[in-house]
Design a protein around this ligand. Structure first.
Ligand SMILES: [Ca+2]
Ligand SMILES: [Ca+2]
Ligand SMILES: [Ca+2]
Ligand SMILES: [Ca+2]
Length: 486
C-alpha cells in the first residue's frame, strides 16, 4: 500500500524493464535511442528530450495481425486518492493501425477508461492525453493497449513516452488544521468539501455524512428549495439525463435527475431560464456562506451565471460565471456569498448554439450551514435600478430577472392614460363637428346636408332645428340665418 506517485515513478520514463503482459499477442518494443530501429516513419525523436537518442516504446504494425493486441502494464497500486490523473504522451505514425486504449483493473474486473483520439490532426506528433483515474481506486493496475484494426499488417502504429500519474497519493496521518477536516481513515480534506455531494474520503464516507445542517438538493425527487421565476424565456426542467449529459452527478448513472435547460426542440439559442433560492440572512465576515454546485455545459456558447439580489425586482450582482468552465463534463463550482442584508441567489442558464449540444445542466447544489434562512422574504425594490454589477469588469451584461415585471405595469398605465386622452379628444372632435353641422344646417336651410354628406343623420335635415337652446348655436345663428331672410 504505497504512494502512487512513488510507485509510478518507475514508469515516468519508459525503460526496457517496462511491464509486458504475458497474455497478449505481441509486445511493445523499446527504442533505446540507438540506430537499430529501422522502421519507416517511427518517431524520429522522443518526447522527453526531443532528441533522436531519446527513449520510448512503440509497436510495429508490420508484424501484427488484425485484432491482435499489445498491453503495457503498470505496477499494482494499493490506494489512489480522489484526484488521481494519468498523463501519457503518444505518437501515431505510418499506416493507420487501430485503437489505443487505457484501462484499469483490480482483482475482479477490468474497465476501459478512455480511447485516445486518432484523428488526422494528431498524426506524427507527440500528443498529451490526461486520463482521470477513478477516485479511491484500490489494489489496481493501469493498462495501455494497442489493438490492431488493420486488414493486412502494415508498418505503422503508436509510440508512448513520459507516462506519469499526478496527485495520486492518499496520505494518512493528517492532523487537520485551518480549513481542513479529518476522514475516519486519517486522510484530510478541505472543510468546504464537506457535504458537497462529492466523495473526498477514501475507505469511508466521513465527508458526506451528518449533512443535516446543509441545505442540499440532488434533484432526484424535487427542486427542493429552488423556485422557478417569471420574466425569463422559459423554465429549467427537472428530468432524467439523456444524450447530454449522459449521466447525472449524484448517481453517475443514466437514471439520475438533473435540472436542465435546452434539451427540447423549442428551446432556442440565447434563451435564458432563472431559478431563485430561499431568502438568506445577512452574512457575517467570520462565518462565510458558500454555495457549491455541479454544472455541465454542452457547447462553447452554453452559459451559467449566478447572481444575488437584496430586493424583489432589485439590482442583480453577478457573483459567478462559467467563462472558464470545461465543456461536456461535470465541473464543480463554488461561490462565496457575502451580503450586509438578506438576499437571494439567482441561477441563470443560457442555452447554447447547438440544438442538442447547447444544454445547460445543474446538479447537486449545497449551501453551507452559515447560509441561514431569513425569517422573512426580501422586500420589494424601492426604486427601479436594473443595473447589474459584475465581479469581472470585462463585460457589461445587464440581466434583470423579474425586473421586467414593473416596466410592464408602467406600460399598462401609459396605455390606459393614452386611451383616456384619445377618447376625450374624439369626444371634442365629435362635439365640434356636431356644432359645425348645426350651424351649417340652420344657415343654409336646405344645403346643410351637402356639407355633411356621408353622415346619415336625419337630425341635420334642412327643416330641422331642434337644438336652439345650445348657447354657441344661438350666438352664431344670426349671420347664417341672414341669407334666407333676405
Ligand atoms: Ca523518452
Ligand atoms: Ca465531499
Ligand atoms: Ca422561468
Ligand atoms: Ca442528481
Amino acid at each position: 500500500m504505497g504512494n502512487c506517485e512513488q510507485l509510478f515513478a518507475t514508469l515516468r520514463k519508459i525503460s526496457a524493464s517496462g511491464n509486458k503482459d504475458k497474455n497478449d499477442d505481441f509486445d511493445w518494443e523499446y527504442n533505446d535511442g540507438s540506430s537499430t530501429v529501422n522502421i519507416e516513419s517511427v518517431p524520429p525523436y522522443d518526447h522527453t528530450i526531443s532528441r533522436p537518442d531519446g527513449k520510448y516504446v512503440f509497436i510495429d504494425g508490420s508484424l501484427i495481425l488484425r485484432n491482435q493486441r499489445a498491453r503495457l502494464l503498470s505496477p499494482w497500486f494499493g490506494q489512489s486518492g480522489v484526484a488521481c490523473t494519468m498523463t501519457v504522451w503518444y505518437y501515431r505514425y505510418g499506416a493507420t493501425f487501430g485503437r489505443l486504449t487505457v484501462s484499469i483493473r483490480d482483482q475482479q474486473t477490468e474497465t476501459e477508461l478512455s480511447t485516445l483520439p486518432s484523428n488526422l490532426a494528431n498524426y506524427q506528433s507527440w500528443i498529451r492525453q490526461d486520463i482521470k483515474i477513478p477516485i479511491c481506486a484500490k489494489d489496481f493496475q493501469v493498462i495501455i493497449s494497442a489493438v490492431s484494426e488493420q486488414l493486412d499488417p502494415e508498418s505503422g502504429g503508436f509510440a508512448l513516452d513520459d507516462i506519469r500519474l499526478e496527485s495520486c497519493s492518499y496520505d494518512r496521518g493528517c492532523n487537520g488544521g485551518p480549513g481542513l477536516e479529518l476522514c475516519d481513515s486519517g486522510h484530510c480534506y478541505p472543510t468546504l468539501a464537506k457535504c458537497d455531494f462529492s466523495k473526498d474520503c477514501c475507505l469511508s464516507d466521513t465527508d458526506e455524512t451528518n449533512c443535516g445542517k446543509y441545505q442540499r438538493c440532488d434533484f432526484e425527487t424535487s427542486m427542493c428549495r429552488w423556485n422557478q421565476m417569471s420574466g425569463d424565456d422559459g423554465e429549467w426542467v427537472r428530468q432524467v439525463v439523456g444524450d447530454l449529459p449522459p449521466t447525472d452527478h449524484t448517481t453517475g448513472s443514466s437514471n439520475g435527475n438533473v435540472l436542465l435547460l435546452g434539451s427540447s426542440s423549442n428551446s432556442l439559442q440565447g434563451n435564458r431560464a432563472w431559478i431563485k433560492s430561499y431568502a438568506i440572512s445577512a452574512t457575517s465576515t467570520t462565518d462565510i456562506c458558500v454555495l457549491r454546485f455541479f454544472v455541465f455545459l454542452g457547447d462553447d456558447s452554453s452559459e451559467l451565471s449566478i447572481f444575488t439580489r437584496t430586493a424583489v425586482g432589485g439590482a442583480l450582482t453577478e457573483v459567478w460565471s462559467s467563462e472558464d468552465v470545461d465543456r461536456k463534463t461535470w465541473t464543480r463550482g463554488l461561490v462565496e456569498l457575502n451580503s450586509d442584508s438578506k438576499f437571494e441567489v439567482i441561477i441563470e442558464a443560457t442555452k447554447g448554439s447547438g440544438s442538442d449540444d447547447g444544454v445547460v445542466a445543474l446538479d447537486d447544489t449545497s449551501f453551507t450551514p452559515n447560509c441561514e434562512e431569513s425569517s422573512t422574504g426580501l422586500p420589494p425594490a424601492v426604486t427601479r435600478s436594473p443595473i447589474t454589477t459584475r465581479v469581472t469588469p470585462t463585460e457589461g451584461k445587464v440581466t434583470t430577472p423579474e425586473a421586467t415585471i414593473e416596466p410592464i405595469n408602467n406600460n399598462v398605465l401609459i396605455i390606459v392614460i393614452a386611451s383616456i386622452l384619445a377618447i376625450v379628444l374624439m369626444l371634442v372632435v365629435v362635439i365640434v363637428l356636431y356644432c359645425c353641422c348645426q350651424r351649417v344646417g340652420k344657415g343654409s336651410s336646405g344645403s346643410g346636408s351637402v356639407i355633411l354628406a356621408g353622415v346619415d343623420n336625419p337630425m341635420y335635415g334642412p327643416s330641422d332645428t331642434p337644438m336652439t337652446d345650445f348657447k354657441l348655436e344661438d350666438a352664431d345663428t344670426a349671420p347664417y340665418l341672414e341669407p334666407d331672410e333676405t
